[in-house]
Every structure is written in C-alpha cells, then in structure tokens.
Design a protein around this ligand. Structure first.
Ligand code: ZN
Length: 491
C-alpha cells in the first residue's frame, strides 16, 4: 500500500492515519436502519458511504468484519407517540404481529440496498434477537455504579459519569448545553435529571413489544443495542464506528458513555460520520412534503420528481460528493449525474473495443495513481470520479485511433477501471444489464444484421439498409455509422 489511508476521526476532529488494532483484521460497526417505515433517500447515503469504505478496505487487502444492525425493537420518539412505539402502533392498527411489520420493512430495506449495489455486511444483527446481551450490558453499567433503577426502569447517571469521564466529547457539547436542550423534553419523572437516558424501560400494560428482565417486563433503551451488539461481534475494542451525523448526539454520545462505563474505556478507535442530504435545499421531513422513499425515486412517482432515477444514478450522485459534505438532491443535479454516468459507461464500452498497438501514447499508471491517492485521502470519491472522467476522454481517443496503447497497457487500464468503477465505487452498467440478459447475448445478432446492412449499402440496396436500421431503432438499438464500419448502442 503506497498511499496510507487517512480518515477524518470525529472524536479527535482531525484526519488520522488508519492503523487497525489487529491488522489485517478490521472491525467496523455502522448504525443501521430502524425498520418501521419504507427505506428512503436518507438511508441511501450512510449505506453507500460505508459500502465504499467496506469495498475499499477489502480491495486494499484487509479482512473486514462489517456489522450493521437492524433496529426492530421500536423506540419512543421523544416528540410524538407518547407511550407507544412505532412498530407497536402500526401493528395494532393493522392487526399484525410486530415482528411481521419489522420483517416486511427489513426485506424492503434489503431489496433497496441490493438495487443500489450496496454489499451485504458481514453480520446484520437484530436488536430483538439480542435482548439477553442488552440486559447483561445494563447489568455491567449498574454494577459499575453508573446507572440507577427507578420504578422498573434503569437510567444512565450522566452526572456521575461526567465526574469521571467526559459526557459530550464526541459532539463537543458540555453538560450545561445539554441541560438547556433537554429540559424542554422533560416529563419522564422517573429520571433524576433531564439529561439521564434510559438503558431499560418498564413496559406499560398496553406495550406490545416487551421482554422479561431482572427489573420486570420492559424493553431496552434505543442506544443500548449498538453497545451490546458491537461488543458481542467486534469485541471490547474495534476499529471503526460509523453512521450519519444526525446520530452523533444523542445516540453515539450515549453509546460511548454506555461502553465506557461498562468496559472502562472507549470501544471505537475511529468515529466516521457522513453528512446529511437535503432536498432542493431543505431538510427532508414528512411534514415538509419532501420525504422521498427509494421506491419513489426509482419509479419517479413523487410530486417533486420530474422523472425516475435509476439506482445507479442515485449511487453515482452520492459518490460524486465527498461524504463529509452536505448533498442536495434536485432534479437538475440528478439529471447531470445521470448524463455523467452514461458518459462514463459509454467510455468504458469504447475502451472494451480498443485494439492494441505496438506502442503506447498513454500511461495507465497515472489513472491508477490518481485514484489511489484520492481515495486514501479520507475517501475522496469525487476526486476518483474526476480522474476517471479525464480518462474517459482518453478511452474515446483510443477507440477513435487518436491515441495508441500496447496490449499490456490495455490490460492494465481495463484492470484499473474494473477495480475502481465496478469494484470500489460499486457502479453497474445498468443499460447493458437491462438489455435482456445483457448486451453480450444480443451482440452477435445485432452485429450480423449490421453486416447484412453494410453489404446492402455496398450494393446500393437502400431499401434493405433502411429496413434493418429502422427495425433496430424500433427495439431500442441506435446505429451509428462510421467511416470504417458501424457502431451501435442500446438506448
Ligand atoms: Zn447505533
């Protein structure tokens, strides 16, 4: 590895050289979806950001165990739904078993991720399948004196913790700010302080999702599953903890407090956060009418969308921005991404047809070096894409015979494209894949028809020549005449 990976660590607020705790193994934990609603645009960005990191680390030779949880227990939203969690509420309304609701949305999430070509993590543990581990974790915090029981619930004692460690070190908040912020949400009188948070909540009689515990029937607090499951699958110290910036406070701050109070030290060495998305400059929210699900994105069925955008357009659009920058979804920006992706795929198709020469006028190592350097610098995917675009121009020049390349260099160049475009960026040539079994299957037939057309043209049989071209156009194959023959593409 010539370029050492440098990652921005939210915890230290600076870029740091990535040194795994136990190389070549890398443990990575990312907060996954809450499965009580359809997967939406907000899910796409963290999934793609950490898929990029996962793919890159593997391509660099690391053995990565990537854990992404599924929050299926359902949790109280502090602004609405007093006393009833969302899965339970939906289950009650639709007379479903809560796990049926969670399962349905988990499947929807997985299908959307597969469409976005997001690789399946190594482990996707469900919170509901790890209640015992969560109870054990709560017990450790109680035993260490950083939590208290109150009326069947267990709360984290933030003040006591802050006396020994520092609560707020990730988000940069201090306890005074937090007191001001949380006072207005007060009303859960079982707590000693407004900023204390639940590790275990007593279940009210009407609460459907409940489990027995040493403190009576209840359910775990939202932050508990991540501490318990990351420790179970990655150990007490692991390399990377990721998630969206919106999770930094309170979720990740509480995770750090829980893990530190139970284990005596931090769990994650590097905290990596992706920035948020906006829609036409506004935060996405149900009340704003700009909440777009991934299905609406892929079908174009949303009032804000001028057209459907394919999963690869969405993926490419997200990768065109650095993960720590905000990203604004608009029709203009998405259409530009669609065109850019198309141009890239056509360039790669052109490269596939290049015939080698005895000498090279291009140096493929330059592309590889630029991609490596950009990616090693805190996953700068926009710079990787920009290097690839510079080379798409060269691919076209090679195809047109304006530049030449040896067989060896051509293989190198194709391998570089495979590694970066299809491997690490995880893009797919959707048009080729959509053409019924791929372009490979229809290619010989189209080539044969076009050779018949060339012969017809040579014989000045214009009627036959036009008939073949029009027939191909009708099924979505565009023919381009060249000086020395023809070229074609699937529209
Ligand atoms: Zn989490």
């Amino acid at each position: 590895m010539e370029n050492k990976l440098v990652l921005y660590n939210t915890l230290t607020r600076r870029k740091e050289e990535f040194e795994p705790i136990n190389p070549p193994h890398v443990g990575m934990y990312v907060c996954g979806p809450t499965v009580y609603g359809d997967p939406h645009l907000g899910h796409a960005r963290p999934a793609i950001t950490f898929d990029l990191l996962f793919r890159y680390l593997k391509a660099e030779g690391y053995k990565v165990r990537y854990v992404r949880n599924i929050t299926d227990v359902g949790h109280l939203e502090h602004d609405a739904d007093e006393g009833e969690d969302k899965i339970a509420k939906k289950a009650r309304l639709e007379q479903l078993e809560p796990m049926e609701v969670a399962h349905y949305y988990t499947e929807r999430y997985k299908a959307a991720m597969a469409a976005l070509n997001v690789e399946t993590p190594s482990i996707e543990p469900n919170a509901s399948g790890h209640i015992i581990e969560q109870i054990e974790f709560v017990k450790r915090i109680l035993d260490n004196g950083f939590a208290y029981e109150s009326n069947g619930s267990i709360y984290f004692d933030v003040e006591k913790y802050n006396g020994k460690y520092r609560y707020g070190k990730l988000s940069g908040r201090n306890l005074d700010d937090i007191v001001t912020d949380t006072r207005k949400l007060d009303g859960q009188d079982d707590k000693r302080h407004s900023y204390d948070f639940a590790l275990w909540k007593k279940a009210a009689p009407e609460h459907i999702m409940r489990w027995p515990s040493p403190w009576g029937d209840g359910f775990p607090g939202w932050h508990m599953e991540c501490s318990a499951m990351s420790t179970k699958y990655l150990g007490e110290r692991f390399d990377i903890h990721g998630g969206g910036m919106d999770l930094m406070f309170p979720h990740h701050e509480c995770e750090i407090a829980q893990s530190t109070s139970a284990l005596g030290h931090d769990s994650a060495k590097y905290w990596v956060h992706n920035n948020m998305i906006t829609i036409n400059g506004q935060k996405m929210g149900k009340s704003l009418g700009n909440f777009i699900t991934l299905e609406e994105m892929f079908t174009g069925k949303h009032k804000l969308l001028e057209q459907a955008y394919t999963p690869m357009t969405v993926r490419f659009f997200i990768l065109q921005a650095h993960y720590r920058s905000t990203l604004d979804f608009s029709n203009d920006a998405l259409q530009a991404a669609e065109k850019g992706l198309d141009r890239m795929m056509k360039g790669i198709e052109a490269l596939a047809k290049v015939k080698p020469s005895s000498a090279s006028t291009v140096a493929p190592d330059e592309l590889a070096a630029r991609c490596e350097e950009a990616m090693a610098d805190d996953l700068n995917s926009p710079m990787v894409i920009s290097a690839l675009f510079d080379w798409v121009r060269i691919f076209n020049q090679l195809a047109e015979g304006q530049q030449t390349i040896t067989a060896e260099d051509l293989e190198k160049l194709k391998a570089t494209v495979d590694r970066w475009v299809f491997g690490i960026l995880g893009l797919r040539d959707e048009k080729a894949a959509a053409a019924g079994g791929g372009k490979d299957m229809v290619s010989p037939l189209v080539d044969m028809l076009l050779e018949m057309r060339m012969k017809a043209k040579a014989d000045k049989d214009w009627a036959t020549s036009d008939k073949i071209r029009d027939g191909l156009t009708a099924i979505g194959i565009r023919v381009k005449d060249r000086k020395d023959g023809f070229d074609w593409e699937i529209e």
